[in-house]
Design a protein around this ligand. Structure first.
Ligand SMILES: C[S@@+](CC[C@H](N)C(=O)[O-])C[C@H]1O[C@@H](n2cnc3c(N)ncnc32)[C@H](O)[C@@H]1O
Length: 234
């Protein structure tokens, strides 16, 4: 049985690595269909993905890492941006989610996409990464701050990070947060996301960060740039 949050506590513990592995093992075959449910309630995830990839300002031939890439839903957009001479590296904890991504790669015969099964906390970035994308992935892990610091160190001056996450708007009452967490429980959404602020970490570790909210504050969207000459704020 999947361990999940205890709704009796105000801000219950997040899922750990094993919880995610178990949950996404089951979810992998239906994950892409599950995303459609969000679109149906007006959460325009496809549009946010397009905006996030556009915000990376990728050039043909660039190397981009998609952290927590899941079933590879961002791959077509990234491939369109870096072209056949570019390199895309998808990193995810769940072999089953990566299996779904690999199916897309095989079906389309994409030769410049590599998948890495790894906890993003342990992932060692290769040299010469131009940009990093993370969609619906960073806030799910408790030590997202150290991952963001590592991303900032791995990027060259001018390198970009695009990120969007589900978050709980400050103004939402507890009952609404609990209901939202209950409905999204299969995706690992827990009420303690209320305390997680990846956008604030990104602001701390990057010299420049443009952040905004979407979908009534339930999506936190962020494009960050490691500016030339300013280094990384650690
Ligand atoms: C909500 S899905 C997002 C997938 C994809 N990025 C998207 O936008 O649809 C979260 C993904 O993060 C992965 N994940 C969770 N914890 C992780 C970790 N510590 N390291 C790497 N991937 C992780 C899960 O396996 C899952 O594929």
């Amino acid at each position: 049985m999947i361990k999940c949050c205890n709704y009796d506590r105000k801000y219950p513990m997040a899922w750990d690595r094993e919880d995610f592995s178990r949950a996404y093992r089951r979810l992998a075959p239906v994950y892409d269909h599950g995303l459609l449910l969000y679109e149906l309630v007006g959460m325009r995830l496809r549009r946010y993905r397009r905006e996030a990839v556009a915000g990376l300002h990728l050039q043909p031939g660039d190397t981009v890492v998609d952290l927590g890439c899941g079933t590879g839903v961002n791959l077509p957009l990234l491939l369109g941006a870096v072209g056949p001479t570019g390199r895309i590296i998808g990193v995810d904890l769940s072999p089953e989610m990566l299996e779904q991504a690999q199916r897309k790669i095989d079906a389309e015969d994409w030769c410049n996409v590599e998948l890495v099964a790894s906890d993003m906390v342990d992932y060692v970035f290769p040299p010469h990464v131009d940009a990093v994308l993370a969609t619906l992935a960073l806030a799910t892990i408790p030590d997202y701050d150290s991952v963001i610091r590592t991303i900032a160190s791995a990027l060259p001056p001018g390198g970009r990070l695009a990120n969007f996450e589900m978050t709980w708007p400050e103004a939402w009452p507890d009952w609404l947060v609990k209901l939202g967490a209950k409905l999204q429980q299969p995706f690992g959404v827990t009420t303690d996301l209320k305390d997680r602020k990846p956008a604030r970490s990104i602001q701390r570790h990057f010299a420049r960060c443009d952040s905004s909210e979407r979908y009534f504050g339930a999506i936190s969207f962020c494009i960050a740039i490691r500016q030339a000459g300013t280094g990384v704020n650690v």
